[in-house]
Ligand binder design. Structure first.
Ligand code: SF4
Length: 365
């Protein structure tokens, strides 16, 4: 299949690895931002093909993993209201809140429905005019246009029983937060191709300039990831720091302008809490004032939600590249996909789930 077979071609992968081996003269720590890239690395064992000194650490690019506990708790509180239908992506149902999860709320009788697209939530609202339908709108820049579109559509139709509980995060401010951290180990980033398909590459130029760090926008197949690693190694070994685009078959420099336009019309940039990591300035999106009537946070009296992360879960350190899932004492023992203690073990993009599915023999003792 075109655009797939050649990106899973063993001979091309071996040639890329050979060049990485030849060029790498010293250790480097590289971070892939996106959980999809992490899963490709684990699934194909790409990290094991690389020279020992090239370490791949896993970034905060799994949307479910970085959705704050408070948002999960708010979603559960809303779902338990008899007048509410809570609509969510399936991945979010098993994500632990501070005391429960949406799956258990559903078992207690809450009307929680799974959607594959945000438009399904609007359809549910149209079909249930006597109920309040709340869509749990989470994700990175990738899902923001579709979520913005349904808010725009609901407003245009004058739907009065639809709202969104929004927890949207942005990648460049998260990279900036990693770079200014005193514990940062990362020397080069593979930026997330899907996010850049929407937003383009421009914002990454600022990061390259401010921190003199190479950033390569990368795709999600094994050859994509290896080529992105090679592009980073070439830069690092020659002392350069540039923004490069490996994922040219999908990402343009300017990105998807119509998608950016609808996001800017509906959302505005705001400070955002990231699960485990904490507040990152201007790293999220919230609905604009004109869309206040569609903002579940404003229209429901939810009260204050402040909760602490479970001490046992080290996901914050994993998402910052400081630890690996197998460093967690609970990995594969008390924490499994069936009984997750943290979001990275639940999500299809979570680093702990990737290690569990592809490396379960390396369970911590
Ligand atoms: S294995 Fe479980 S408890 Fe440990 S960091 Fe991952 S999600 Fe958290």
């Amino acid at each position: 299949m075109k655009y797939l077979d050649e990106y899973r071609d063993r001979r091309i992968a071996r040639a890329l690895v050979a060049e990485i081996v030849e060029r790498a003269t010293r250790p480097w720590v590289l971070m892939e931002i996106c959980g999809g890239q992490t899963h490709t690395i684990m699934r194909y064992g790409l990290d094991e093909l690389l020279p020992r000194g090239i370490e791949l650490v896993h970034g905060p690019g799994c949307p479910v993993c970085v959705t704050p506990l408070e948002t999960v708790d708010k979603a559960i509180a809303l779902a338990l209201r008899p007048d509410v239908i809570l609509v969510s992506y399936g991945d979010m149902l098993r994500v632990p809140g501070s005391r429960s999860d949406l799956f258990r709320a559903k078992a207690q009788g809450a009307d929680v429905r799974i959607a594959y697209t945000p438009t399904e939530a609007v359809k549910i609202a149209r079909a249930n005019p006597d109920r309040k339908v709340v869509f749990l709108a989470i994700g990175f820049e990738t899902t923001a246009p579709a979520n913005a579109m349904v808010a725009w559509q609901a407003r245009r139709e004058g739907l009065t029983n639809f709202s969104m509980l929004v927890s949207h995060v942005l990648v460049p401010p998260a990279i900036r937060a990693l770079m200014v951290s005193s514990t940062n180990r990362v020397q080069g980033f593979i930026a997330p191709g899907h996010v850049c398909t929407v937003m383009g590459c421009r914002e990454y130029e600022d990061l390259v300039r401010d921190f003199r760090i190479p950033i390569v926008v990368g795709g999600f197949e094994p050859v994509d990831v290896l080529e992105a690693v090679l592009m980073l190694i070439r830069q690092l070994e020659s002392g350069e720091a540039r923004m490069e685009n490996q994922y040219v078959r999908s990402v343009s420099y300017e990105g998807n302008r119509p998608a950016q336009k609808i996001v800017a019309e509906v959302f505005e940039v705001a400070d955002q809490k990231w699960r485990g990591i904490g507040m990152i300035p201007r790293s999220g999106l919230r609905l604009r004032e004109e869309y206040a009537a569609y903002d579940a946070d404003r229209i429901f009296d939810l009260g204050e939600f402040t909760v602490d992360e479970p001490a046992e879960c080290i996901s914050a350190q994993i998402l910052q590249g400081l630890k690996k899932p197998t460093d967690c004492p609970a990995f594969g023992m008390r924490c499994t996909p069936e009984n997750p203690l943290g979001a990275p073990m639940v999500s299809s993009e979570g680093a702990c789930a990737a290690y569990y599915h592809y490396r379960r023999h390396k369970v911590a003792s």
